[in-house]
Design a protein around this ligand. Structure first.
Ligand code: CTP
Ligand code: MG
Length: 219
């Protein structure tokens, strides 16, 4: 069994609103993507593929270096996963971890725990605790308070036995994560609690927070 890593980084980062693709935005003076690759460095993966915006494959290649292979992603996250999966060309017994480049602060033990859960269950997601009290809202008014104990924030990595991910990819549907596609196919998905440091850099505020964390890690 091989452990394979797919980092999806082909998005533009429209909500971040920067001229360069989000994965190349500087964090502590170097590209966000290089932080994400560092987070995975302590965990042994047999192959790594990174998806890049089609016109930036060479630039991304300079960041990734010998840490993986860069391939052109697609118009949607699901399309990028499809292309990355094809480039990895896994055997059905392999485990494939899919990770958002925009989540740079994973801990190695969290990555290992997601891989182990995927081996056992077939699919597993990193998930963060929901700390706010969540309200269901309609037309600016609170409708109900949702039971928080039944909620989790879906993060990445999400890992799959390659045979499972192959089915998900073949279904050809769109979703914001692969686990949602497993759910639609009725396949079990294990949940691995992870620290809220696995947050996704989505907005300028997220980047500000990430800069503060990066500054502490450099010193
Ligand atoms: N992603 C991708 N291919 C796409 C869209 C997204 O590989 N066509 C990747 C992003 O690069 C990111 C991850 O999926 O690492 C999570 O997506 P998101 O945070 O939504 O990033 P963007 O799509 O780039 O940002 P936005 O939605 O604000 O444009
Ligand atoms: Mg997006």
């Amino acid at each position: 069994m091989a452990a394979l890593l797919l980092i999806v980084a082909a998005g533009s980062g429209s909500r971040l609103g920067r001229p360069e693709p989000k994965a190349l935005v500087p964090l502590g003076g170097r590209p966000l993507l290089s932080w994400t690759l560092d987070a995975f460095a302590p965990v042994a993966f047999d192959r790594t593929v990174v998806t890049a915006p089609p016109d930036r494959v060479e630039d991304f290649g300079r960041v990734v270096g010998d840490r993986g292979r860069v391939v052109a992603g697609g118009d949607t996250r699901a399309a990028s996963v499809r292309r990355g999966f094809e480039a990895l060309a896994p055997s059905d017994g392999d485990v494939v971890a899919v990770h958002d480049a925009a989540r740079p602060f994973l801990r190695p033990e969290e990555i290992r725990a997601v891989l182990a859960a995927a081996e056992t269950t077939g699919a597993a997601i990193a998930a963060t605790p929901v700390v706010d009290t969540i309200k269901r809202v309609a037309a600016g008014r609170v409708v109900a308070t949702v039971d928080r104990s039944q909620l989790a924030g879906a993060a990445t990595p999400q890992a799959f036995r390659a045979g499972v991910l192959r089915k998900v990819v073949a279904a050809g549907e769109e979703a914001t994560d692969e686990a949602a596609l497993c759910e639609r196919l009725g396949l079990p998905v294990a949940v691995v609690p992870v620290s809220r440091l696995s947050f996704k850099i989505t907005t300028p505020e997220d980047l500000e927070l990430a800069e503060a964390i990066a500054a502490r890690r450099r010193t």
